[in-house]
Design a protein around this ligand. Structure first.
Ligand code: UD1
Length: 362
């Protein structure tokens, strides 16, 4: 029986570990003993607990309750807690980290220094933009991980360029496993009706990147464009806590835009699936909209997920907010998209099959 620690901390982590934990519970309960560590990087009910409830994550996590602070402070606090935790648990065969958040990077660093093997899920993605804190996290995590699981061909290429081909496994997208698993629940509600919106007749928006919301002029200019668009289609804006703080700080009026708190997983995907278009700067939403074949406009200068542009529904609108209206109107007209290979609901099965072969080979 091998002990594996799964690390979660921020909202985009929960839907990535849930299907793997279920796969262990269903098919590898004799081979592996999974443990979950929750750093508490995200702590509001709507950013964390609701995901445990809705995704039915089958293990109670060990919680560090770190909370918010500067990147350095948050990283350091998580490292100290994880170091102490690892000193007090018996033999760990693997630490699994997902994505690119501070929690994943901080815990991977601690595990590496204790010579505990690390698997990184969603490895190899690169925006080649080191202004993004997530890009720094991605590079560090991949460089110290022992097993790299990838979601798309660009990640395989990036890891080959970084001489990591021998530990790279192209398995597909665990986030899509969660989405497929929850599809019947997602389809059982019509969340848009609560806002008097109509099927395929509204735009859903999320924004939280520092590059969009931390600069007052830029943020105001984006909101003014979105307000214009809302005359064509009503816009429902799910406001991330970081964004909420900035709206208050800059005294921004949201005019005709409908604002709401962050949603649970089921409600969020339901709103996405029934929308005409999604506007975002999130990483995961670019993937979920591509899978659901909903047009998506990403308000960023680049993406670390190019398959969503090449094969999916994603359009990168760039950094000049004066052009955003044009991109959004063009995207409303887009029609056909293709399926992305290995985004088929089976990624967790592939991951556990590989981990079983590697960890239980002796
Ligand atoms: C983090 C991730 C980002 C991910 C995003 C999803 C990093 C570097 N960034 O960004 O990749 O796309 O999560 O949400 O790890 N806050 C609350 N309540 C919460 C959580 C946060 O009020 O439950 C506030 C904090 O006070 C803080 C701000 O939101 O001021 C930002 O939180 P933080 O964890 O630093 O990063 P995110 O911007 O959420």
């Amino acid at each position: 029986m091998k002990n594996i620690i799964f690390v979660v901390g921020a909202r985009p982590n929960f839907m990535k570990v849930a299907p793997i934990l279920k796969e262990i519970q269903n098919n590898y309960s004799k081979e592996f003993c999974p443990m979950v560590v929750h750093t508490g990087q995200h702590y509001d009910f709507n950013m964390s607990d609701i995901f445990f409830e809705q995704l039915k994550i089958p293990i109670n996590p060990v919680c560090f309750n770190i909370g918010s602070g500067s990147h350095a402070w948050q990283t350091a606090e998580i490292m100290k807690e994880f170091d102490t935790y690892l000193n007090n648990v018996s033999k760990i065969s693997l630490v699994v980290v997902v994505g690119d958040v501070n929690s994943s990077m901080a815990t991977a660093l601690v595990a590496a220094k204790k010579h505990i093997p690390i698997a990184h899920i969603e490895a190899g993605l690169r925006s080649f933009d080191k202004h993004m804190p997530e890009e720094i996290n991605r590079i560090i995590i991949d460089s110290i991980s022992d097993i790299l699981f990838t979601t798309e061909p660009s990640a395989n290429m990036n890891l080959m360029d970084e001489n990591r081909k021998n530990v790279t496994y192209y398995v597909g997208n665990v986030m899509i496993d969660s989405l497929i698993d929850k599809m019947s629940e997602i389809d059982s509600i019509k969340k848009y009706q609560e806002y008097d919106l109509c099927y395929k007749n509204y735009i859903l928006m999320t924004l939280h990147r520092p590059s969009n919301v931390d600069n007052e002029n830029k943020f105001k200019s984006i909101i003014s464009t979105i307000d214009k668009i809302s005359c064509m289609y009503p816009v429902l804006f799910l406001v991330h806590p970081r964004t909420k703080k900035k709206i208050k700080e800059f005294n921004i009026s949201l005019k005709n835009i409908i604002c709401e708190e962050p949603m649970g997983y089921i409600e969020n995907i339901n709103l996405m699936k029934n929308a005409k278009l999604v506007i975002t700067d999130s990483g995961g939403i670019q993937e979920e909209t591509s899978f659901l074949q909903i047009p998506c406009v990403t308000l960023r200068g680049n993406t670390e997920r190019p398959v969503t542009v090449i094969m999916g529904t994603n359009v990168i609108a760039g950094t000049d907010e004066k052009l955003y209206e044009k991109f959004i109107i063009n995207a409303l007209e887009r029609k056909s998209f293709s399926k992305i290979p290995l985004w088929d609901g089976q990624a967790s099965k592939r991951i556990m099959n590989i981990l079983n072969l590697i960890l239980n080979k002796e």
